[in-house]
Design a protein around this ligand. Structure first.
Ligand SMILES: Nc1ncnc2c1ncn2[C@@H]1O[C@H](COP(=O)(O)OP(=O)(O)OP(=O)(O)O)[C@@H](O)[C@H]1O
Ligand SMILES: [Zn+2]
Length: 293
């Protein structure tokens, strides 16, 4: 079985080929440019690969509502050329195979539930904290879509008492993404995340915002695992800060031993490491193939 996988990020695209065991056999990566240029590269990569299906985890917002006239489109992005772009349709015209199509973070959540840190569980949340913040929601064995799709990165947080940063989300200013994504860290401290020392006060503030979101998400969704990925989470000192803050926020109210006694195994990095996004797309492609058989 040869499944094509596309991790379509706002900064870079990764395309690969994998199998039903979640093993990636080959992959390439290139910068995200204007959609025509980018999709040309995707198409030429898959041209001679004879894939049985293709899974796509895409940056968004995207249309994932079956039956919608713009199903498969990237919708309201400010990224030049990508607004209202028919991503899926462009590929369908080239390759007549089943397609899995979802957000990058839903894909990663699905990959983690299939082969990674949430394997065997019927629910998890997948956070990416990178250029933006996105939250994939997997619940009762299914990815959550709903009205559009979850956009958990734009929830409005309570402000840290020592933080007067205005926030940089173009839509909301001080939403979670505007306060805690990589570019917000850089704007607040005038240094990039990887340039800040591990004991800098930035990390306690960063953990405060992320823990607040995770606390809310635990209360709202009751996930069996919370997975934190993306460039900012390379700062591994964030994990204990976040775990402690989540426990403090919950204050014993959620009486699950996973949180009270084993939080180190409850809030974790991706089990699939850097391949969470691509394996997630692979899992979507595989699921699409199985539903058409
Ligand atoms: N080691 C690091 N420590 C702290 N911040 C980092 C680190 N590596 C990357 N970042 C920050 O993460 C952001 C880039 O995110 P990431 O590496 O996840 O790429 P991305 O795919 O562009 O992000 P997204 O998933 O939002 O599209 C930048 O703002 C960068 O400063
Ligand atoms: Zn926002």
């Amino acid at each position: 079985m040869r499944i094509g996988a596309i991790e379509a990020g706002g900064t870079k695209f990764v395309c690969g080929i994998g199998n039903e065991r979640g093993e990636i056999r080959d992959s390439i990566s290139f910068a995200t440019e204007h959609p025509e240029i980018t999709l040309d590269k995707v198409i030429s990569y898959f041209k001679d690969k004879q894939v049985d299906a293709i899974g796509i985890g895409s940056f968004g917002p995207i249309d994932i509502r079956h039956g919608s006239p713009t199903y498969g489109y990237v919708t309201t992005t400010p990224k030049p050329g990508w607004e209202n772009y028919d991503f899926l349709g462009t590929l369908r015209r080239e390759f007549d195979v089943p397609y899995g199509w979802d957000t990058d973070v839903n894909a990663a959540a699905f990959g983690e539930a299939t082969w990674g840190a949430a394997k065997g569980l019927s629910s998890c949340l997948y956070y990416t904290i990178g250029t933006g913040i996105g939250i994939g929601v997997y619940s009762e064995g299914k990815l959550v879509h709903g009205l559009v799709h979850p956009e958990g990165g734009h929830v409005l947080p309570r402000r840290h008492p020592n933080d007067d940063f205005a926030g940089i989300c173009p839509y909301h200013g001080d939403c979670l993404e505007g306060m805690a994504a990589g570019p917000a860290i850089e704007a607040r401290w005038t240094l990039k995340g990887h340039e800040l020392p591990v004991d800098h006060p930035a990390w306690e503030i960063e953990a405060f915002y992320l823990a607040q979101s995770i606390t809310g998400a635990i209360l709202l969704n009751s996930p069996e695992k919370v997975i934190l990925g993306g460039g900012v989470m390379q700062q591994s000192q964030l994990f204990p800060l976040i775990r402690d803050a989540v426990k403090e926020n919950l204050n014993g109210y959620v009486s699950a031993s996973e949180i009270l006694d084993h939080i180190d195994e409850y809030i974790v990095p991706p089990g699939l490491g850097q391949q969470a996004g691509l394996c997630g797309a692979l899992a979507l492609g595989l699921a699409a193939l199985r539903t058409t058989k």
